[in-house]
Structure formats: C-alpha cells, structure tokens
Ligand binder design. Structure first.
Ligand SMILES: NC(=O)c1ccc[n+]([C@@H]2O[C@H](COP(=O)([O-])OP(=O)(O)OC[C@H]3O[C@@H](n4cnc5c(N)ncnc54)[C@H](OP(=O)(O)O)[C@@H]3O)[C@@H](O)[C@H]2O)c1
Length: 293
C-alpha cells in the first residue's frame, strides 16, 4: 500500500497504531477513515446504521486496511463499553480516538422540542465526554495517546437558529482545552477541529436545504484531520480562511453580530425551503433586519 509522501518514516506506520473513529458511516468520519488508509493505521469504526457502516468497511478493506466495524450508539452506556472492549480484544490498544459522531438541528430555541435538545446534548457532549472518559485510562496506561474532538466553527461564531448545537460545540472546545492540560503529563494529546460548512449528511439531518449556502468538499478536510493524527496540533480551523474571519469577529463585536446574523438568515432560508413555514413566521416576529448582499 502506498504511504503518504513526506510521512514515510514516521513511527506511526511501523507501530500499526489503532485509530477509533465514531460516526464513520458517512461524512467527515467516513472520509477521515478513507484518508487514514494512506497512513496504514488499523481502524475501529463506529456508527448506528449497519448498512452504511458496512459500505465504509468494504471500501477500506478494498484498500487492504485492517478494520473493525462496530454498530453502536455512543449515547448508550452498554454500547460505549462494548466499543472499547471489542477494540481492545481485537487490537490490544487504542492510540487515537476521533470523537466525530455528532449532529445538528436547525431550530429556533423557542420551537425546539425537548427530544431534539436531549439528542444534541446526549450525542455531542455526553457521548463525546464519556467516550473520552473510557479511553483516557487506556492511553494513560500506554503513556501515549491522542484524542481528536470535532467541534464546529459555530462554536466560535454562534448563530441563533442553532443555539443548542452551538452550545454543545462550545462545550466540546472548552472540554478539550481543559483536559488537554490534565492529560499532557501522561503523553496524551488533545486536538479540537472547527469545521466550517462541509457537504455531508449534516445539513439533511439538521433539517436544512443544502442548496441555500456554500459548502466545501469534505475530502480536503478529511485529509487535514488525517494529518493531525500524524502531526498533532491543538486546534484545526477549516477551511483556512475561517481563521482570519474568526479572528476579526472575536475582535470586532459589531462585525461578529453582522456575520452571525447573516449566517442565521441563510440557515433560516434553508429551513424555509424545506417547508418549515412556522420558522418563517417566527423569524418575521423576531424582525431580523439584516439585509442579504
Ligand atoms: N458538515 C459540517 O458542515 C460540519 C461542520 C462543523 C462540524 N461538524 C461536525 O462534524 C461531525 C461529523 O458530521 P458530518 O458533517 O460528517 O455529518 P454526517 O454525515 O451526518 O455524519 C455524522 C456521523 O455521526 C454518526 N452518529 C450520529 N449520532 C451517533 C450516535 N449516537 N452514535 C454513533 N454514531 C452517531 C452518524 O452515523 P449513524 O447515523 O449511522 O449513527 C454519522 O456517521 C459532527 O460532530 C458535526 O457536528 C460538521
């Protein structure tokens, strides 16, 4: 199998490191798994939809990758325990945990059902935190490990129709920043990824029409995350031009408000196109006065 140019001599390949990716049946997780095929890691891939997860598995096996698919829900205690148990039984170690499984729900907070709020918090925060809680002792024992948490650029640019989602992704950022300091002493690294809008199933699951705004190609993002596995760094913001955008908005509150309202408006439009007319009425009531360019 061809190894990625420039990383040929990295010990990662010789050691046959084990990477556990949650949410690998579609989107970013699936593409990161495929990108990692270039680095010769062993993979544990997790998701709830068996058919889709097995599609990823077949694609990886065609690339001669050793892969263990596990059908599981990261919100469930038994499933989390089974994921760890099977990973250790098959590979004896877990070197990298990519906490990618997650979802968004575009909704006004006032309209959002409690079931949606529960799903967002249980998956994006509790699932991620509890997976980390199980894996850190293993990495501590190995005196080596790396946790990569998927946050979102919306953690840094909060938009109102995604209030609970943004809150969960801010929590991911804060959690990563805190544990990074605590686990450093045991040789464990922690990275946070802040993607902008990428073309995955995310928008469909969130209840949005993806034609209403720009989204970027997921394979390039996946490649960057795969490189993070080899060369850890604390934060990865993608696409790159979100770095100056976020920098400007954190310094100038007026610009931040303008931009977040513009994004909010395009999200609302995406929802309206999906026929969610109640949201349109609510939006009128909120009197959002930002003009689209
Ligand atoms: N795409 C974007 O624009 C974007 C931007 C910023 C951040 N993100 C973040 O990136 C991550 C990946 O999203 P994506 O864009 O790739 O969306 P996606 O295509 O919908 O993928 C989400 C993945 O998470 C899995 N998943 C969801 N809930 C799960 C659960 N309870 N247990 C196990 N697996 C679960 C899904 O698989 P099953 O349904 O088969 O379980 C799927 O494989 C998410 O954390 C998301 O918040 C995405």
């Amino acid at each position: 199998m061809s190894k990625k140019k420039g990383y040929k001599n990295h010990s990662f390949f010789e050691d046959g490191k084990v990477v556990l990716i949650t949410g690998a049946s579609s989107g970013i997780g699936k593409n990161v798994a495929l990108a990692l095929a270039n680095y010769g890691t062993k993979l544990v891939i997790v998701a709830r939809r068996e058919k889709k997860l097995m599609q990823t598995t077949r694609q990886l096996r065609k690339l001669k990758i050793i892969v263990l698919p596990i059908i599981g829900d990261i919100r469930t205690r038994d499933d989390r325990a089974r994921i760890i148990e099977l990973s250790l039984k098959n590979f004896g170690r877990i070197d990298v945990l990519i906490n990618n499984a997650g979802l968004g729900k575009a909704n006004l907070f006032l309209e959002q059902p409690i079931s949606e709020i529960d799903e967002l918090i249980e998956t994006n925060i509790l699932g991620l935190v509890k997976m980390s809680k199980l894996v850190i002792p293993i990495m501590k024992e190995q005196n080596d490990g790396h946790i990569i948490n998927l946050s979102s650029s919306l953690a840094l640019l909060p938009v109102y129709p995604f209030a609970v989602y943004c809150a969960t992704k801010s929590a991911v950022k804060t959690f990563s920043d805190c544990i990074r300091e605590e686990v450093k002493a045991y040789g464990i690294k922690v990275s946070t990824v802040f993607p902008g809008p990428y073309g995955t199933e995310f928008h469909k699951v969130a209840g949005l029409d993806d034609s209403s705004y720009q989204s970027y190609s997921v394979s390039r993002l996946a490649e960057k995350i795969a490189r993070l596995v080899i060369k850890p760094k604390e934060n990865l913001i993608q696409p790159w031009f979100f770095i100056p955008l976020i920098w400007i908005t954190t310094r100038f509150r007026f610009i931040k408000r303008k931009i977040t309202l513009l994004i909010s408006r395009s999200i609302m439009e995406g929802k309206i196109k999906k026929g969610k007319l109640e949201s349109m009425k609510k939006e009128e009531k909120l009197k959002i006065t930002v003009k689209t360019p």
